[in-house]
Design a protein around this ligand. Structure first.
Ligand code: NAD
Length: 288
């Protein structure tokens, strides 16, 4: 029997815990604050930002969204980041990716104070992750949410073979680091991989983040594998689907995430969790 990993249910459970932590902070007069910066009117980005803002509100997190026109200058954007860096009511700062062409996204991410870097994209935080240094520090929300999903299966993971398909800074690379830190044996594949299928077939844990609709078919998966589909793709009919051919692969897999209802809800729930983490860590450092 294949386990369908229910991202919506796991996100509900995580959000309930986050809400409790927010309530405990409220008893001490503290409200976690999240600042979201969005540039332009890309429909997908606007939906993500709206969903994040709504979820924050539901959990008692104060969220502020600042929208800039696509013609905003790099200087104005950096000034907004600097303002939130200095704002004691803001615990986490998120700049919605991608920024329009002409803006230096890396420079904007790097300008976020590492202790407010709720997406875990700052080089100091990625460096700690890749060095497996002791925490706490924020980690990219999608792979962190996937680790929560893997833990929910209550299966020993140390020594298992993981294959991560995709090496983006947001998903593939931090995913590989988290799996390595959890003592899996990790291979990272990408667009230059020769014989991708021979690699994916060896995976006990297969994480796919390419943006290519149904790249992974039944024959590419080891029977019994845990298959995590990060893709958020549109099929020919415009329907949201994943990088894994769910209908074909699920009879082969031991456990699998659906799209929608898998990794997506966990990403937002992890963002909320991490906003509260940052708030609690700030309180522990005593700079409230
Ligand atoms: P990206 O475009 O930055 O990276 C894609 C990666 O796939 C690259 O590293 C590339 O080398 C690799 N790749 C491309 N073609 C390949 C091939 N034929 N074989 C092997 N590897 C190949 O994308 P990203 O930001 O990592 O996102 C990947 C997917 O995940 C997208 O569909 C995106 O929408 C989705 N995503 C979902 C969430 C979520 O919360 N569910 C979060 C982030 C991204």
């Amino acid at each position: 029997m294949t386990t369908i990993i229910d991202g919506r249910q796991l996100a509900r459970e995580l959000n309930a815990k986050t809400q409790q932590r927010v309530a405990q902070l409220a008893q001490r007069g503290i409200t976690p604050g999240l600042a979201v910066i969005i540039v332009g009117t890309d429909p997908a980005s606007s939906i993500y930002v709206r969903n994040k803002h709504k979820k924050a509100g539901q959990l008692g997190i104060r969220s502020v969204v600042r929208t800039f026109s696509p013609t905003v200058s790099q200087t104005e954007l950096l000034a907004a980041v600097a303002e939130y860096n200095a704002d004691p009511t803001i615990d986490g700062i998120l700049v919605q990716s991608p920024l329009p062409a002409g803006l230096d996204e890396r420079a904007v991410f790097d300008a976020i104070a590492p202790e407010k870097d709720v997406d875990g994209f700052h080089p100091l935080n990625t460096g700690k992750l890749f060095g497996n240094l002791p925490g706490p520090y924020p980690v990219s929300c999608t792979p962190q949410g996937i680790m929560t999903m893997l833990k929910s299966l209550h299966q020993p993971l140390a020594g298992k073979r993981a294959v991560v398909v995709g090496r983006s800074n947001i998903v593939g690379r931090p995913m590989a680091a988290l799996l390595l830190n959890a003592n899996l044996v990790v291979t990272v594949a990408h667009r230059y991989a020769q014989d991708l299928r021979a690699l994916t077939k060896t995976a006990d844990v297969l994480v796919v983040a390419t943006g290519i609709t149904h790249l992974i078919k039944a024959a590419d998966v080891k029977p019994g594998a845990i298959v995590i589909d990060v893709g958020m793709d549109r099929d020919a009919q415009g329907k949201l689907t994943g990088d894994v051919d769910f209908d074909a692969v699920s009879p082969v897999a031991g456990a699998i995430t659906p799209v929608p209802g898998g990794v997506g809800p966990m990403t937002i729930a992890t963002l909320m969790q991490q906003t509260v983490d940052l708030c609690e860590w700030r309180e522990q450092r005593g700079n409230n």
